[in-house]
Design a protein around this ligand. Structure first.
Ligand code: ATP
Length: 306
């Protein structure tokens, strides 16, 4: 069973103060984009989950029990009392790893849907969404796709209306950034600025009305003006070269550039498909990124291809 799963970009990422449980409250607007992994589940003779990966980022995919796709398969088997699963999972990986595009989360959602189809377990969507939330805060959105507001740790989702396709370019950096390290840097910068980093010091994150309206209208210029990412300063602080990437994309004609999630992938919003192709070529030529991929959003969530 093959399942196609999208990457995401955060068109708003508002980060609240550090909570006593170590997490941050978020107002998170996700847009799924047409950069995909494909997860294939097939029967296996061997006990457990056997993993393999292909594609430009395959080398860095963990092939042990820590892989989110393997954890998803085990969780589904456990929920249905199937014991130790016997399944082979192949991940065709086109989503950058540790790039702030929720590639691991996409694979988890893909593995749930693929194994559910392979095993004929017919799990209701609500239960699949609950399992997704257990696996990680970005996983439910990978199942849902489209556009959505995420609150709490990002896992409480409200689908949002989109009025058209947005044309993006994703500039992939060499190597990744650890999401927890970027949050720690965000806290450190807040302390350094004297504002403080805990819940008492940082205002409760609120969804941006400007982003919601721009998505609904399909107006790329309005969305470009409204993009925000509270983790951007932290990602750039840890990886100063990202400032050059952002400058190169906007100099090449992008309407706006933003660090995607916790980075280091940079996302550029453009006016149309031709402009996206031109910006991608200019970014590669600038030498400020390893590769640049045009992709449109919204894209559907995890889709069973059969
Ligand atoms: P997010 O945007 O949700 O913060 P990310 O895109 O920055 O995530 P991922 O590509 O999801 O990061 O991977 C983060 C880490 O998770 C990797 O460094 C890797 O060790 C681990 N990981 C576990 N499962 C997977 C998977 N299926 N694909 C990629 N990485 C995985």
């Amino acid at each position: 069973m093959r399942v196609r799963v999208p990457a995401k970009v955060n068109v708003q990422l508002a980060v609240g103060g550090l909570r006593p449980d170590g997490f941050h409250g978020l107002a998170n607007i996700f847009l799924a984009v047409g950069l995909h992994d494909t997860v294939t589940a097939s029967p296996s003779e061997t006990d457990g989950v056997t993993l393999s990966a292909s594609g430009p980022f395959a080398r860095r995919v963990p092939l042990d029990g820590t892989n989110l796709a393997a954890r998803a398969a085990r969780l589904l088997a456990e929920r249905h009392g199937l014991g130790e699963p016997r399944v082979r999972l192949h991940i065709a990986k086109d989503i950058p790893i540790a790039g702030g595009m929720a590639g691991g989360s996409a694979d988890a959602a893909g593995a749930l849907v693929a194994c559910d189809a392979l095993w004929g377990t017919g799990t209701p969507r609500e239960e699949l969404l609950e399992m997704c939330a257990e696996l990680g805060s970005d996983v439910p959105f990978s199942l849902l796709g489209g556009a959505a507001l995420g609150q709490g740790r990002g896992e409480l989702l409200t689908p949002l209306v989109t009025g058209g396709a947005f044309h993006w370019v994703f500039a992939v950096a060499d190597g990744g950034l650890s999401t927890p390290a970027v949050y720690r840097e965000c806290d450190r910068l807040r302390e350094e600025e004297g504002t403080g980093a805990d819940v008492a010091a940082v205002p409760e994150p609120e969804p941006s009305a400007a982003v919601v309206e721009a998505l609904a209208s399909g107006d790329a210029r309005a969305l470009a003006a409204a993009l925000t990412n509270d983790l951007q300063a932290a990602a750039v602080s840890l990886r100063p070269a990202l400032a050059d990437t952002l400058a190169a994309g906007t100099a090449a004609g992008a309407l706006a550039g933003i660090v995607s999630g916790s980075g280091p992938t940079c996302a550029f919003l453009t006016g149309d498909a031709e402009s996206a192709t031109a910006v991608a070529e200019a970014l590669v030529a600038s030498g400020t990124c390893r590769a640049a991929y045009p992709a449109t959003g919204p894209a559907p969530g995890a889709t069973l291809l059969g």
